[in-house]
Design a protein around this ligand. Structure first.
Ligand SMILES: NC(=O)c1ccc[n+]([C@@H]2O[C@H](COP(=O)([O-])OP(=O)(O)OC[C@H]3O[C@@H](n4cnc5c(N)ncnc54)[C@H](OP(=O)(O)O)[C@@H]3O)[C@@H](O)[C@H]2O)c1
Length: 298
């Protein structure tokens, strides 16, 4: 029986995935890393009702000291033998700030900080708690390039810059939040490739894309009319939803079927997909690693 950790379990994709993990026959402990509050307590209760042990750890990913403290709590749980080493670490939490002038507690652009930097901190702090054979699953997004749907919906693709610049809050209005989101998700692809080269043999790094889930809370900052359209689109058959993609995410993290995936393999819903050539770039990947160490004060 094993342990799985997930960030962002309080709603949408992460919540459904956490509950699927709780029902998985091989998972005994589910570590839930989310903002403290009733939603975290409630999902922990639902995990217990499904027969697993829930370990809820309050953590605001916009505050790196909180992330370090949460990682320390997880290490204590493993070292004390309260939970087995992690077989799966799912970096699911995500966020889009429409205003790129907003900064995290540490002064980094908020979207880059929550989606990317906080997870890089967490994973770096938890590598010693991973089981000999384990998976790190990061959440990617096809917004990193200008695919057909993004062009149709006018969602801008990533505009890559040096990571130190990406982490800098905008000085003036006008920088698009969705560009920052796409940059953070491209950073996740680059990070996953570099991480695989640096983790112990036996640790597999995977990037999961749940499909566009228009009804999720990721668009919570959008105008109410846009959110209503999203909810309506989410009811169209074939469109991804947290209910459909959450169990797939849990499966990618723990099921034998996916055990050969590594090197940042990009899984879209339930299919391994080639990334665009620009998402494989050794020079950018190395530079991101160095810049991340600098930003995290390592
Ligand atoms: N929705 C899509 O179409 C789509 C497509 C591709 C990829 N993805 C990715 O899939 C993942 C899940 O997306 P979703 O649609 O389920 O998003 P969501 O409905 O907005 O849920 C996001 C989760 O992240 C947590 N979170 C956000 N900011 C946080 C912070 N500062 N500290 C701690 N937790 C924080 C939220 O916690 P609270 O409940 O406390 O806010 C929530 O649990 C994200 O990584 C997203 O980028 C989504």
């Amino acid at each position: 029986m094993t342990t799985a950790l997930i960030t962002g379990p309080t709603r949408s994709l992460g919540r459904v995935a956490a509950l699927a993990l709780a029902e998985h026959p091989q998972v005994r402990d589910v570590v839930l890393l989310g903002r403290a509050g009733t939603a975290l307590d409630e999902v922990a209760e639902q995990v217990r009702r499904r027969g697993a042990q829930a370990h809820a750890i309050g953590c605001d990913l916009a505050d790196l000291s909180d992330v370090r403290a949460a990682a320390s709590t997880v290490r204590d749980l493993v070292e004390a033998g309260d939970v087995r080493p992690l077989v799966a670490l799912i970096a699911n939490a995500g966020f889009v700030s429409p205003d790129t002038r907003r900064a995290s507690v540490d002064g980094h652009e908020l979207t880059f900080a929550v989606n990317y930097l906080a997870h890089a901190q967490l994973i770096g702090d938890l590598t010693a708690t991973l089981a000999t054979s384990s998976r790190i699953v990061l959440l990617g997004s096809n917004t990193y390039y200008a695919n057909f749907w993004r062009r149709l919906l006018k969602v801008p693709p990533a505009q890559w810059r040096d990571p130190i610049e990406l982490a800098e809050p905008a000085a003036a209005e006008g920088h698009l939040g969705m560009t920052a989101y796409s940059d953070a998700k491209l950073a996740i692809l680059y990070y996953a490739h570099e991480l695989q080269r640096r983790v112990a043999a036996g640790v597999n790094v995977i990037v999961y894309e749940p499909g566009w889930m228009p009804g999720s809370a990721l668009s919570r900052s959008a105008p109410p009319a846009v959110q209503a359209i999203g909810r309506a689109l989410g009811r169209i058959p074939g469109v991804a939803t947290p209910e459909k993609s959450g169990p797939l995410l849990a499966s990618v993290a723990v099921d034998e079927r996916w055990s050969d995936l590594r090197d940042g393999a990009f899984v879209v819903r339930d299919r391994v997909t080639e990334v665009q050539p620009m998402a494989q770039d050794r020079a950018r990947e190395r530079r991101l690693w160095e810049a991340t160490a600098e930003l995290l004060g390592r």
